[in-house]
Ligand binder design. Structure first.
Ligand code: IMP
Length: 176
């Protein structure tokens, strides 16, 4: 029997769509005249990525990388690569797209890993960032929304694999 959660809406679908459109326009401007390989971090970025790339007007290709660090609502602190890229990124403009930055461990791990593969340029886009929770070594180039420490689900984000399909970003209330 799945555990039940109490939730309230943090960002509704219309607010997300408006922000994603603005991010797409900024990325289009920043990479004007260039080709870009957009890399989605699975699985959480999937829905954001699908909407974002449709707001980007550039010569663009897609790839995916899989990592795992969370169990339930807690980070294990240890990042594991569960699925690697299907191509070399050497000499390419790469835009890495992540769902949410909490401690920053996942992105710092991926950025260091990607730098070793010698891309021409590596830019980072995160839908959500919890700035109070991280002191990342690397900078985020594009952020959808900054939030506080709350745990969120929906629009691709999950708890134990659930709630990714919700169209809004929902804050989960814990009774602990
Ligand atoms: P970090 O390594 O602590 O920055 O955590 C990043 C990863 O943890 C994200 O890619 C998510 O998969 C997961 N995560 C962190 N915070 C949340 C949250 O509030 N909701 C759902 N997943 C989260």
């Amino acid at each position: 029997m799945p555990q039940e959660y109490s939730m309230t809406t943090l960002f509704d679908a219309a607010t997300i769509a408006q922000r994603v459109k603005a991010l797409g326009a900024t990325i289009t401007k920043d990479f004007q005249g260039e080709s870009v390989l957009v890399v989605g971090v699975m699985k959480g970025s999937l829905i954001f990525l699908a909407d974002l790339v449709r707001e980007i007007s550039l010569d663009l290709k897609l790839d995916f990388i899989g990592v795992s660090s969370y169990q339930g609502m807690h980070s294990s602190g240890e990042v594991r690569l569960t699925h690697d890229l299907s191509q070399s990124i050497e000499g390419l403009n790469v835009l890495l797209v992540e769902d949410i930055v909490d401690t920053g461990t996942t992105l710092d791990f991926l950025i260091e890993n990607f730098k070793l593969r010698k891309p021409k340029k590596l830019s980072i886009c995160a839908l959500l960032s919890k700035p109070d929770c991280h002191s990342m070594k690397n900078n985020l180039d594009y952020v959808g929304f900054e939030i506080s420490k709350e745990f969120v689900v929906g629009y691709g984000l999950d708890v134990d694999g659930r709630f990714r399909q919700l169209p809004s970003i929902m804050q989960v209330h814990t009774s602990a």
